[in-house]
Ligand binder design. Structure first.
Ligand code: SF4
Length: 368
């Protein structure tokens, strides 16, 4: 065991590590101010593991319907050795007729064993190096590539849906397959942004790989591809070369924020403490917000903690912003009722006047 792995093992308190994947890493950027989530992911755990194995509660499970839909769509698109995906690219003119080389990394080493995972990593690297060298045999589509991304000195494996490049393009873009229905302007923007961020995690891994090989990280570019499905059908809709600069920037920012290395995470915990202890999880600073529910299984736990602390965020983002001057719900109630100490400053005085005026108005509307 390397010294780094030994430290991670100690940090996890004996809990088995899991591969958090691109999705887990992407979730850090969704709440960059949450130290609790970052520490959990960096240690090689997921919020779901913590819920189940540390807090002893029922873990979140994806609805069987959504899971079946996702798997069926992906299977169909990657069927015939990736032929369907290739067809979509050709139809849209993003691959030329001669761009017909497809490699499926998962076919080479399909098992979920240490040996096969290493083989998938090596094969992915070998295929990408072909492209770096300008070898004409480099695949145009690499299905299920396995890359690594180093965050705060810890290497995390990520398995992506695919990489794509025509023969005339110098390097690969990352592609994600999602079973969300493309509804034009009505497609859920949060879903689209999250899919782009997930692909951007792969782009960061490609950048690191290029740098390790002494090449410019810029070769990986700042664009990603996304395949959604048409509403009420399994027809694929390709969104190629989508700009992802802001997703890459938000990920880079989130991944370099404190705690930015293992030392800092260890320093936050009492000596010998580990994330297997519920009290330690509780003591890690968090940042509950209204979007936590969309991506983090700990949301109920963190919301209850925010409620116990009288944090106005439990009433939503707008209320939290409007009540910011009070600092807590209890203080806001005191300002409304003229109870407790008088307003500490002008911001509290303005808030007290606004709350009392709103209360009077509500009273008039309700009682005539
Ligand atoms: S639910 Fe809790 S741990 Fe998860 S991101 Fe939100 S505040 Fe952080």
């Amino acid at each position: 065991m390397t010294p780094e792995n030994a430290r991670l093992h100690q940090l996890r308190g004996g809990l088995a590590p899991v591969e958090v994947g691109a999705r887990g890493i992407e979730s850090i950027a969704r709440n960059a101010d949450c130290t609790r989530l970052r520490a959990i992911v960096i240690a090689g755990l997921t919020p779901n593991d913590v819920i189940k194995n540390v807090l002893g509660e029922a873990a979140d499970v994806m609805s069987p319907f959504a899971m079946t839909l996702t798997q069926a769509f992906e299977r169909r698109l990657l069927a015939n050795a990736g032929g369907s995906l290739l067809t979509v690219y050709r139809e849209k003119g993003h691959l030329d007729p001669q761009d017909a080389k497809i490699a499926n990394v998962a076919d080479l080493a399909p098992r979920d064993t240490h040996v096969d995972r290493i083989r998938r990593e090596r094969e992915t690297r070998r295929l990408i190096e072909l492209k770096m060298r300008g070898d004409p045999t480099a695949p145009n589509l690499i299905l299920k590539p396995r890359l690594t991304l180093t965050i705060v000195g810890v290497s995390h494996a990520i398995e992506l849906d695919y990489l794509v490049a025509s023969d005339r393009e110098p390097f690969y873009r990352v592609g994600v397959i999602k079973s969300y229905a493309d509804r034009g302007g009505k497609t859920n923007n949060a879903h689209v942004r999250s899919a782009c961020r997930e692909a951007a995690v792969g782009t960061l891994a490609l950048r690191q790989l290029l740098e390790e090989a002494g090449r410019s990280a810029d070769l990986a570019g700042d664009r990603v591809d996304m395949v959604l499905k048409a509403p009420a059908s399994f027809s694929p809709r390709l969104f190629a070369a989508q700009r992802a600069e802001s997703e890459l920037a938000s990920l880079s920012r989130a991944l370099t924020a404190a705690p930015s290395d293992l030392d800092q995470i260890e320093q936050m915990l009492p000596a010998g403490a580990s994330l297997a202890d519920p009290a330690v999880i509780e003591s890690l600073p968090n940042h509950y917000c209204s979007t936590c529910k969309e991506h983090c299984s700990l949301w109920k736990h963190c919301r209850a903690q925010a409620q116990a602390q009288g944090n106005a965020i439990i009433l939503g983002d707008q209320a939290a912003e409007q009540l910011a001057a009070a600092g807590s719900l209890n203080r806001a109630m005191d300002l409304l009722n003229g109870a407790g100490r008088p307003p500490d400053n002008r911001a509290e005085a303005v808030l007290a006047a606004e709350l009392q005026a709103a209360s009077l108005l509500l009273d008039r509307i309700a009682n005539g």
